[in-house]
Ligand binder design. Structure first.
Ligand SMILES: [Zn+2]
Length: 500
């Protein structure tokens, strides 16, 4: 199997006034200006008066605001966009993606980024958000074409910043997001449970993470019947749960943060088989695990001083004579019994046991990521993801991280009250409701039954994981939504250390 090329582009910086020499070193240049820029803004840029004229002649409110070439040896292509001062992170990232996209068919070379007309702090944020879009666009996604088209963007040059821009966080988040998108895009015959585990083990070896894999035998000993119910339909015995540990200081320390991801390599729906179109993109049903792993990588790249565990629940959900079926009664690792209703609700089954194992180790806070329910998409579209927590006081923090990172989330309630809809005659509860109303809320309420009550826990239903035209700074169908988000939870909201 191919391996992802995770090394980011090189980023050069030239501070202070933008002169024609530094502009001439760029093949293309993205220029971000305030809405209705004054003449004084244009005068900070070579050939500024010409640019002002071009903008005047361009259609108002268009994106890009204008494009033009400069009179230098490379005939640098300038692609400009404007932003209102109060533009949200999502709007900033979306503009950056569209500007980067506008150079897609150009000559390969150095991409300049220049943000003028904003205060220093704002400028740094806008430059970082534009770098995020450039790093996403330049990353080589899986391709099995005989002739590959290499990225147009070979290096990045930041021009005209008031102070040195710290891009370390953006670069770490880009690595994590790129890894997540790469994994989700991989064809399911290439990325199977064996090659996925190999890739994770190699990453662990090269980053100094502790790696442990619970195979079906070990999981059977742990009583992980819910995970195994799904895995028993596989053609081989490759399913398992992987646990990674990142310990920057004391090896034996408890985790401050646990990350859990749903890794369904391919979801046929199982015995309750999906129809064609619903099954078509189900190689992306492992994106929760990819996001957990990508977040873990970003934390490790930044060498954050927190202890983190990452749990990846990896299996297929297949049809076959051994596959689980409706009305099977299954016992999970915490002893709770589940009446199976629909085999396509496999995500909550594999997560149930993984959450039991993860919360047993009492992390400071536990996050899980899953492409879990269609009803979350129905509720918030594919532009937002749903968040659910057993600590409702966290919701303002969780929502704010969505606004800050540009990966926006919407809060939903969970709790015992909703478990009434999952009342079972034969087991502790049903896996899902045959009525299927508010399934995202019922699924999250179901999952809460497998999290130790003493563990603060956040569940993300990744409805924004799959967008045909990309989302925010990312142009690919699979968005890797969740990596930037979680980094904002950690770094901006400091949740893992807060008194939760
Ligand atoms: Zn499913």
């Amino acid at each position: 199997m191919n391996q992802p090329e995770l090394q980011n582009l090189r980023i050069f910086q030239k501070l202070g006034r933008v002169d024609s020499k530094s502009v001439a070193s760029c093949d293309q240049l993205l220029l971000i200006l305030p809405a209705k820029p004054a003449t004084s803004v244009f005068s900070q840029f070579p050939e500024g008066r010409k640019l002002q004229q071009v903008m005047k002649l361009s259609a108002p409110d268009s994106t890009p605001a204008f494009t033009t070439r400069l009179a230098n040896a490379r005939q640098t292509l300038v692609v400009a966009g404007t932003l209102k001062k109060d533009a949200t992170a999502f709007e900033q990232l979306s503009l950056a993606r569209k500007l980067v996209d506008a150079v897609r068919d150009q000559r390969a070379g150095c991409l300049g980024i220049c943000v003028i007309g904003f205060d220093t702090e704002h400028q740094a944020v806008l430059i970082n958000n534009t770098v995020a879009a450039a790093l996403a666009a330049a990353f080589p996604m899986p391709s099995y074409k005989r002739k590959r088209s290499p990225s147009v963007i070979r290096s990045l040059r930041l021009l005209g910043a008031d102070a040195t821009i710290d891009t370390a966080r953006t670069e770490a988040e880009a690595k994590g997001n790129n890894l997540a998108r790469w994994l989700a895009t991989m064809p399911p015959n290439m990325l199977n449970a064996v090659t996925y585990a190999d890739l994770v083990r190699n990453l662990a070896a090269s980053h100094g993470w502790n790696y442990k894999r619970f195979d079906t035998k070990a999981l059977s000993k742990l009583g992980a019947g819910a995970f195994l119910a799904v895995a028993q339909g596989n053609d081989d015995d490759s399913a398992g749960i992987i646990r990674l540990r990142y310990r920057p200081n004391k090896k034996a320390a408890k985790a401050d943060l646990g990350l859990v991801g749903k890794g369904i390599i391919f979801d046929t729906g199982g015995t309750n088989l999906k129809p064609f179109l619903s099954m078509l993109d189900m190689h992306g049903d492992m994106q929760g695990s990819a996001v957990a792993l990508g977040t873990f990588l970003a934390i490790s790249e930044l060498k954050l001083p927190i202890n983190v565990d990452c749990w990846l629940a990896i299996t297929e959900n297949r049809i076959g004579p051994k596959a689980y079926k409706s009305q099977d009664v299954i016992t999970a690792a915490n002893g709770k019994t589940i009446q199976t209703i629909h085999t396509d609700a496999e995500g909550r089954m594999v997560l149930a046991d993984t959450l039991v194992l993860a919360s047993r180790e009492k992390p400071g806070i536990l996050f899980d990521y899953a492409t879990l329910t269609g009803s979350c998409v129905n509720a918030v579209t594919t532009r937002y993801s749903g968040v659910f927590t057993n600590r409702p006081a966290l919701h303002p923090h969780l929502t704010r991280s969505g606004e800050k990172s540009g990966e926006r989330v919407w809060p939903f309630p969970i709790g015992k009250e909703f478990m009434e809809d999952l009342k079972s005659e034969i087991a502790d509860f049903m896996q899902c409701s045959p009525k299927n109303s508010g399934d995202h809320i019922l699924a999250a309420s179901f999952l809460s039954e497998f999290v130790d009550e003493g563990t603060p826990w956040v569940h993300m239903d990744l409805s924004a994981s799959d967008n045909d035209k990309g989302l925010a700074h990312v142009g690919s169908k699979f968005t890797g939504f969740g990596v930037r988000y979680t980094m904002s939870v950690i770094l901006d909201e400091n949740l893992f250390k807060a008194n939760i």
